[in-house]
Write a protein that binds this ligand. Structure first.
Ligand code: MG
Length: 387
């Protein structure tokens, strides 16, 4: 295997730092050409010193100024949104790891696809808001989109060597998050701190809240639809609190294939980066000598409406998933800032979806407009609500 040259967009976040862990464990397989972050100059500086990329990007100007004051080495430091798009298409990288959060990941992912880069997709919002556009572009350029999301990596592994027409159902597993089993009444008083205590996975804040609302699982249903071209009627969700079985595929003979492993994102990251080769890893092993139970239950979609809303948006297609996502990102930011309650997140999404008209087959510009409108709608709705 030749050395793969990586561009890691969002290198200081949860997936970014775990990707660098994978690189550290296989210096013979990978080198880092590009690192990009939003504002975390301190962490980025350490990463530059350790991995000596050709280029490093900070989107935030103030953070970049701080970095330039402290760093005078060989890595070129670039600043701003445009630099991020250039970095995504950099000649020195073969594979782009898209690990930034939210809608902001769409433009750099499109830039990487246009430049013919292999995508290791951790930014699920990209496929949620622009599934049609992104999959069409990937097809046109003949480049693979390899899933980093643990559920989608599990499905990808289960589908190896199988013919697509033999697939009957995809079953995504969900941990259920920290509030599994709670009633609507109990959810009225939960706090941000309660929400950030995820029982099995250690992740960034935004996705941890999404996991508690089940919006994350909804986004993943839409992501699975686009990645594997399976209709929504054939994508189900099973709550599996242990987070050991990462998803399953049922075939037409009734056989169900599943992938199991410890809840550690470094496994799916490494699989995406080394595919089609399965390389060795030493991130920990399952212990079958200790008693362990695996349980499954249906999701409570009435209480945790995020999942039902995502199915609705996904089936509506057009700009509706983009509206759902923009409304959710705005509502989650307000929740994390302590401005709204947990259940208000659902109300924001629902009202935004009701208020926004759906545009079929949206272009990038149309998606940007739909995203901006959804955000503005939620901000206004929350302002009025607070009064
Ligand atoms: Mg996931």
């Amino acid at each position: 295997m030749t050395v793969k040259r990586l561009a890691i967009l969002g290198s200081t976040g949860s997936i970014g730092t775990q990707t660098l862990d994978v690189v550290r464990s296989h210096p013979e397989l990978f080198c880092v050409s590009v690192l990009a972050a939003n504002t975390s100059d301190e962490v980025l500086l350490q990463q530059i010193e350790e991995f000596s990329p050709k280029t490093a990007v900070l989107v935030d100007e103030t953070a970049a100024a701080r970095l330039r004051e402290r760093y005078h080495g060989k890595t070129e430091i670039l600043v701003g949104e445009k630099a991020l798009l250039d970095a995504a298409a950099d000649d020195e990288a073969d594979t782009v790891v898209t690990s930034m959060v939210g809608f902001a990941g769409l433009a750099p992912t499109l830039a990487a696809l246009k430049a013919g880069k292999t995508i290791a997709l951790a930014n699920k919002e990209t496929l949620v808001v622009a599934g049609e556009l992104v999959t069409a572009l990937a097809k046109e350029k003949g480049v693979p989109i390899l899933p980093v999301d643990s559920e989608h990596c599990a499905l990808f592994q289960c589908l190896q060597g199988e013919r697509r027409e033999t697939v009957e159902r995809l079953i995504l597993t969900a941990s259920g998050g920290p509030f599994r089993g709670k009633t609507t009444e109990e959810l009225q008083s939960v706090t941000v701190a309660d929400c950030l205590k995820h029982p099995t996975w250690s992740m960034g804040k935004k996705i941890t809240v999404d996991s508690a609302t089940l919006v994350n699982k909804g986004l993943e249903v839409i992501e699975a639809h686009w990645l594997y071209d399976v209709p929504y009627e054939k994508i189900e969700v099973a709550v599996h609190p242990q987070s050991i079985l990462h998803s399953m595929v049922e075939f037409r003979d009734g056989a169900v294939m599943a992938q199991l492993g410890l809840p550690d994102m470094r496994l799916p990251i490494q699989y995406a980066l080394t595919y089609p080769v399965r390389e060795a890893a030493n991130f920990g092993r399952m212990d079958f000598k200790t008693r362990m139970g695996l349980s499954f239950e249906p999701p409570d979609m009435k209480t945790f409406r995020g999942l039902a809303l995502a199915y609705e948006a996904g089936k509506a297609e057009g700009t509706m998933p983009c509206v759902l996502n923009g409304a959710n990102e705005t509502a989650v930011a307000a929740f994390l800032a302590g401005r709204i309650g947990f259940l208000d997140i659902y109300e924001c999404i629902e009202r935004a979806m009701d208020a926004q008209e759906n545009v079929a087959h949206p272009s990038f510009e149309t998606l940007c407009e739909a995203d901006a409108r959804a955000r503005a709608f939620v901000r206004k709705f929350l302002e009025n609500k607070e009064v």
